[in-house]
Design a protein around this ligand. Structure first.
Ligand SMILES: C[S@@+](CC[C@H](N)C(=O)[O-])C[C@H]1O[C@@H](n2cnc3c(N)ncnc32)[C@H](O)[C@@H]1O
Length: 276
């Protein structure tokens, strides 16, 4: 596998995903009962980003750095900005990926399991977590590992599925993993990231997901290029299955503000299969 998240850490898609993740984690923490958080594709956890570093395209300058320089209004964006700003040192940034962001939010009653298939990245993640109890890192395939964890004894769970999409099969693997997770544990909250390329491809993926899962769905779309441009990536999507209470209402407020801060060209909140 060639994929290294270091090249993309803190870019607009990471900002979008991490704002969303923090919001869902906060929504789950409104109830006292603990939950299990699973990150099936966790990465190395911390990314050292330096301006002018020729080895890495500076995608974060157009993403996380913009949030740090801004004064957002919505609480979801303020929360994210605070966490990211804590990693600024001089002109550089130690950017926290999804497992480290989650680890900061989890309470003593919550647990987490992080999967990362590249041994070196999994080792770096273990080191970054510094032996926190109630968190386990597995150097293994996250799609397979997830199956063994559901249903969790807590009967509350959140799963982030964020594969690199280096292989086209990842689009169908995400569908299959989501359907399998819900068969084992109907109440699971799932957060699925996917790249936004052609609008028609997304529409087909979204309607297949709706038909396959028959659960409440919410999608947050953020376009950095017009929907059918031939750029490698036109935007970012987060699809949330079984979205917790009030997450949709908050998203309708923070998403346009985030789009304006990042200089995106469009955004949309979609929902489907809402209970009647
Ligand atoms: C997009 S990055 C994850 C970023 C991370 N979730 C974040 O938001 O900070 C995808 C990661 O998945 C890892 N990976 C790829 N295939 C995997 C698999 N089948 N199981 C677990 N990890 C995998 C890659 O090595 C890479 O580090």
């Amino acid at each position: 596998m060639k994929y290294r998240h270091q090249y993309h850490a803190g870019n607009f898609a990471d900002v979008h995903k991490h704002v969303c993740l923090l919001e869902v984690l906060a929504a789950l923490a409104r109830k006292d009962k603990g939950f299990l958080f699973v990150d099936t594709h966790a990465g190395r956890g911390a990314y050292e980003l330096h301006p002018g570093d020729a080895a890495h395209p500076a995608e974060w300058r157009a993403g996380a750095a913009r949030l740090v320089a801004a004064a957002p209004r919505h609480a979801a964006l303020v929360r994210y900005r605070e966490v990211v700003a804590a990693g600024v040192h001089g002109g550089s940034l130690r950017y926290a990926g999804s497992p480290l962001l989650a680890a900061r939010q989890l309470r003593p009653v919550d647990r987490a399991v992080f999967f990362e298939s590249q041994r070196e990245e999994a080792g770096a993640l273990r080191k970054a977590l510094d032996g926190q109890p109630r968190i386990r890192v597995e150097a293994a395939d996250g799609f397979a590992g997830l199956r063994a964890l559901l249903p969790p004894p807590e009967r509350r769970g959140l799963v982030l599925i964020d594969p690199p999409y280096e292989e086209r099969e990842d689009f169908t693997r995400v569908h299959e993993a989501a359907a399998d997770a819900l068969r084992r544990f109907a109440g699971a909250v799932l957060v699925l990231w996917l790249p936004l390329k052609l609008r028609s491809d997304f529409d087909a993926w979204w309607s297949r997901l709706g038909r396959a899962l028959e659960r409440p769905l919410l999608a947050s779309l953020l376009w950095t290029h017009p929907p059918d441009s031939r750029a490698a990536l036109n935007g970012s999507v987060l699809a949330i299955v079984n979205p917790p209470y009030l997450v949709e209402e908050a998203m309708r407020e923070w998403l346009p503000e985030l789009r304006a801060l990042l200089g995106g060209v469009g955004e949309a909140v979609l929902s489907a299969n809402a209970p009647h």
